[in-house]
Design a protein around this ligand. Structure first.
Ligand code: NAD
Length: 466
């Protein structure tokens, strides 16, 4: 059955954005105390609605309670606690060096809020990817308009309630609707747009933003490779790959999209992978309480069309009515296969093999995007350095998958076609702040070097600027 989603009238969208601009100008969002109070308010609201959000995530995505806490509600609450504890320090102007030419002066970087932000979230982590940017926006002293995905109506309904009960619309608003409403939003003037979603829609967002010269942060997707080198600890590699790949039924932007395994360990890797999938999800993963569902039937059809029955070594089963695709592994995959043509974004793992790392680089290079993440399993530090140097990616893990996202001290974002800008922790605060460079010059002395008439002062200038 098609999921129905409430709409918002165009005039209400226009009015909401206008009210936020007015409210931002009052300065009410700027003080450290107001930021902390609003973050505490959000924390209380999230805690109160945690059970409803967990239930909604089950309804929209079949998300197990553990995953809902690990990657959505718990993740967000942890982010809030950290931000509340650190925002005062983050806001302090940062002292920096002053060049000889501008002496005697002192120099500081001041962080000022960008203003009115539009935050657009995708369907796969509707709580995390709505609230994590929102936390950063509030910490940096902004207002925000949120637009969640029409594909997660249960989550969006809880978020609508939570936001409207907690904040006035002129400060934080949630707009309900589909592509029509997002299109109207994109026609409004914002001070910053933070978009998480596909590269295709990212391009639509960027071109709409260009009309108003609005800066954008784009958190996009791509095909993230996972390299299993010949010296990898295979048991650990397999556990962590299964964990990162089949979380949320593979609908994770940083899930390993395909594995490049060294020929010398290919058979051992595949046999352990098969055993591990059975160990984690049982003989019939459809019965497992720990395995999610595909968001809707069109995505189910898109993913199942990538499964070449000749190449299946694990899984391959689909049940369209139950929105279920089994954890699936394909082997002997080539770059010409359909599964390598686009981001999989589902529980299908393709396995290719290599003998030389140069083959790995050539494969990654032939695919359209710089990946959002790159994973390497190897004990050899020289190999670790070489792969990090040779593969351009948004983020990376050595001997792990996906978990770099869980360290709030690391910037999280893409590069090239997987996105621009980064957030999380202080990086999120920076993402929603303008870094204003401020030079404060002394008045107790007035060095006339740069004033006309210049006379013969160029000789001294050349010495200073050398
Ligand atoms: P999507 O691009 O289809 O949708 C994202 C948002 O854009 C949704 O809110 C949707 O309503 C809106 N949208 C859709 N079509 C639009 C249009 N024509 N004009 C304006 N707005 C439109 O993405 P999705 O299917 O929800 O999510 C999956 C994609 O998101 C994958 O590519 C995945 O890799 C990426 N993703 C990236 C990250 C990250 O942090 N980099 C995180 C999660 C998902």
């Amino acid at each position: 059955m098609e999921k129905k989603y409430p709409a918002t009238a165009e005039k209400d969208i226009i009015e909401t954005v206008a009210k936020q601009h007015e409210y931002f100008k009052t300065g009410a969002t700027r003080s450290c105390q107001s930021r902390i109070d609003n973050l505490l308010r959000l924390k209380a609201a999230l805690t109160d609605h945690e059970a409803d959000l967990t239930q909604a995530l089950k309804q929209d995505l079949g998300k197990p309670e553990f995953e809902a806490y690990l990657s959505e509600t718990g993740f967000t609450l942890h982010d809030l606690s950290m931000t509340i504890g650190k925002v005062k320090k983050w806001m302090q102007p940062k002292r920096t060096l002053t060049s000889l030419l501008t002496q005697p002066s002192s120099s500081r970087i001041h962080y000022s809020p960008l203003g009115v932000n539009l935050i657009i979230a995708p369907y796969n982590y509707p709580v995390n990817l709505t609230f994590s940017p929102l936390i950063a926006a509030i910490a940096a002293g902004n207002t925000a308009v949120l637009k969640t995905s029409e594909m997660t109506p249960a989550c969006s309904a809880v978020i609508q309630r939570l936001i409207s009960e907690t904040f006035p619309q002129e400060f934080i608003a949630h707009i309900e609707g589909e592509v029509k409403e997002t299109t109207i939003l994109l026609q409004q003037k914002f001070d910053h747009i933070f978009f998480t979603g596909s590269p295709r829609v990212g391009a639509i967002v960027m071109s709409a933003a260009a009309k108003n010269l609005t800066p954008v942060t784009l958190e996009l997707g791509g095909k993230s490779p996972c390299i299993v080198h010949e010296d990898a600890k295979l048991d650990i590699a397999v556990k962590r790959i299964v964990n990162g790949k089949f979380l949320n039924a593979g609908q994770t932007c940083i899930a390993p999209d395909y594995v490049l395994v060294h020929k010398a360990v290919e058979e051992a890797f595949l046999s352990r992978l098969k055993d591990r999938i059975v160990h984690v999800y049982g003989e019939d993963p459809k019965q497992s309480p720990d395995f999610g569902r595909i968001i809707n039937s069109s995505h189910l059809q898109r993913i199942s069309a990538m499964i070449d029955a000749q190449k299946v070594v694990v899984g391959g089963q689909c049940d369209a009515d139950a929105l279920y695709i089994a954890p699936t592994v394909l082997r002997n995959v080539t770059l010409d296969d359909r599964v390598m043509a686009e981001e999989i974004f589902g529980p299908v793992l393709s396995v290719l093999s290599y003998q030389l790392l140069d083959e790995v680089y050539a494969i990654v290079d032939r695919l359209p995007h710089h990946p959002l993440a790159c994973y390497l399993f190897s004990e050899n530090q020289a190999v670790q350095r070489e792969v990090l140097d040779n593969i351009q990616s948004g983020g990376a893990c050595i001997n792990n998958c996906v978990f770099h996202v869980a360290n709030h001290y690391l910037p999280f974002g893409g590069v090239g076609e997987s996105g621009m800008g980064a957030y999380h922790g202080f990086h999120g605060f920076e993402c929603f702040s303008h870094k204003k460079g401020v030079l404060k010059s002394a008045t107790w002395i007035d060095v006339p070097l740069t004033y006309a008439p210049y006379g013969g002062k160029i000789k001294l200038l050349r010495k200073i600027m050398k």
